[in-house]
Design a protein around this ligand. Structure first.
Ligand SMILES: [Zn+2]
Length: 387
C-alpha cells in the first residue's frame, strides 16, 4: 500500500504530488516540469495539508517514491529523519530568529537523501520581516532544498512568496470519507459517523471527538448554549463558562508541556529548576526566553479552543438555517439534536439565523485581534439572545 492511502479525499492532490515525486526520482514516464523546489500547500484547517506535506517529503526521500513501509518512510512520518525538517510555529508570529534558524537548516547539505526538505506549518504566521527572510532562500535555493509552506489559503503569504511557489490546494474531505477513515482506524461505525458529521471535514477534530468522551461531552455543552440564552444574566454566565472551560483545557495541556521543556532546558545547562548555583545563573536568560514563548503559546492555545467552541456553535445555527430553508428533509450535522434544532427553527426566522451566524463569524475574527475573549463572548451571547 502506498503512502498516499493516508491522505483522505484528495485524489487530485495525490496525482499532482505523485507526478512530482516521479519526476524527482526520474521514474519512467515522468514529466520533468512536475517537480519544483518551493511549494505552497493550502486548504482549510483539518483537511490534511500538513499530513500531505509530510507524505510528500517522505515520498521524495524514500527510494521507492513513498512505499509507506521502509525505514526511511517510517522515520519521516515519526519526524526522525535528518533531511526532513518540520517546523510548527508555537507563537502567533514566526520570529526573525526562527526564520534565521530555518534558513540555516536549509543551507545544510542533505545527509542521506538527494533532498533537504523544510516543512513550515502555519506559514500564515510569517511576518513581513520573517517572510522576506525566507523569500531570499526561496528565490535562490541551494540545489537540494525543497521548501513546503502550509497555509489555509494562498492569500496568507506575501505575494512575492506566492509567485515563487507552486500551489497545491487540498479540498475539505466529505464527512463520509472522514467516517470511513475513522472506521478503518477501528472506531465503531455509529461514533465514526457522528464524529465525522460533527467536525465538518476536519479530520483531527473528528478523530478527537471519536476517541475522547470528554470532548464529546464538551461539544454537547456548547450546543446546549443557544437554548439557555435569555436574559442578560444567562448571556454573561454562558460567556464566562465558555472562557473558563477553554482556559482550563489549555492550561491542562500546557502545564505538562511547559514543565517538560523547562526540565530539558535546565538539564542542558546541568542545572535544576529552583537551584541557585552557577549553572542556574547561566541558564537564566534562556529560561526567561523560554517562559516568554510558553506564555504566548498558552494564549494561543486558549484562543484556539475558544475558536473551536464557536465553530461548534455555528454548526447548530447552520442546522437551524437548513431546516428553515429546506424543511424537515434536510440532513443535519447535529442529527442527535434534531428536536431542539427544530424548535429553534420554528421560533425564529432565516434572517435572524443569518444574523446569528454573522455574529459568531465576527466574534471569531475578533479573537485574532488582541481583544479580551470574555468581552467578545459577552457581546456575542447578547447578540445571539437578541437576534
Ligand atoms: Zn519508503
Amino acid at each position: 500500500m502506498s503512502i498516499w492511502s493516508r491522505l483522505v479525499g484528495q485524489q487530485r492532490v495525490v496525482e499532482q504530488l505523485q507526478a512530482a515525486v516521479a519526476s524527482a526520482h526520474n521514474f519512467a514516464d515522468s514529466n520533468p516540469n512536475a517537480m519544483t523546489h518551493a511549494w505552497l500547500f493550502t486548504g482549510p484547517p483539518g483537511a490534511g495539508r500538513s499530513t500531505a506535506a509530510i507524505l510528500f517529503a517522505a515520498a521524495l526521500v524514500c527510494e521507492a517514491g513513498g512505499c509507506g513501509e521502509c525505514a526511511t518512510c517510517e522515520a519521516v512520518l515519526m519526524d526522525r529523519y535528518p533531511d526532513v525538517e518540520r517546523f510548527i510555529p508555537q507563537q502567533i508570529t514566526i520570529t526573525r530568529d526562527e526564520a534565521e534558524n530555518l534558513m540555516s537548516l536549509a543551507s545544510l547539505m542533505p545527509a542521506r537523501s538527494p533532498y533537504r526538505i523544510i516543512v513550515v506549518e502555519d506559514a500564515d504566521r510569517l511576518s513581513d520581516v520573517s517572510g522576506n527572510m525566507l523569500l531570499k532562500s526561496i528565490e535562490e535555493p541551494a540545489e537540494s532544498v525543497v521548501w513546503i509552506l502550509c497555509t489555509p489559503s494562498m492569500d496568507d503569504v506575501l505575494a512575492t512568496i506566492r509567485s515563487r511557489t507552486r500551489t497545491i490546494t487540498l479540498a475539505t474531505p466529505s464527512w463520509q470519507e472522514v467516517r470511513d477513515l475513522l472506521i478503518a482506524e477501528g472506531i465503531s461505525p455509529a461514533i465514526a459517523a457522528f464524529a465525522a458529521r460533527a467536525s465538518a471535514g476536519h479530520i483531527g477534530k473528528a478523530r478527537g471527538l471519536a476517541t475522547n468522551e470528554a470532548s464529546r461531552l464538551r461539544r454537547k455543552e456548547i450546543l446546549s448554549i443557544p437554548r439557555q440564552l435569555g436574559d442578560l444574566g444567562s448571556c454573561f454566565k454562558s460567556a464566562k463558562e465558555i472562557v473558563e472551560r477553554a482556559t482550563e483545557e489549555a492550561n491542562l495541556e500546557m502545564d505538562t508541556l511547559d514543565e517538560n521543556e523547562k526540565d530539558a532546558l535546565m538539564q542542558s545547562y546541568g542545572a535544576t529548576l529552583g537551584g541557585r548555583g552557577k549553572a542556574e545563573r547561566a541558564a537564566r536568560p534562556a529560561l526567561k526566553e523560554l517562559e516568554t514563548r510558553q506564555k504566548s503559546r498558552r494564549t494561543r492555545a486558549v484562543r484556539d479552543r475558544l475558536d473551536g467552541a464557536l465553530v461548534d456553535l455555528m454548526t447548530y445555527y447552520r442546522d437551524v438555517l437548513l431546516l428553515q430553508m429546506v424543511g424537515e428533509g434536510a440532513e443535519l450535522i447535529n442529527e442527535e439534536l434534531k428536536h431542539e434544532i427544530m424548535e429553534t427553527a420554528h421560533t425564529s426566522t432565516a434572517a435572524k439565523t443569518r444574523a446569528r451566524l454573522e455574529a459568531i463569524e465576527k466574534a471569531r475574527r475578533q479573537f485574532a485581534s488582541n481583544a479580551q475573549p470574555l468581552m467578545i463572548l459577552e457581546t456575542l451571547t447578547i447578540e445571539l439572545a437578541r437576534a
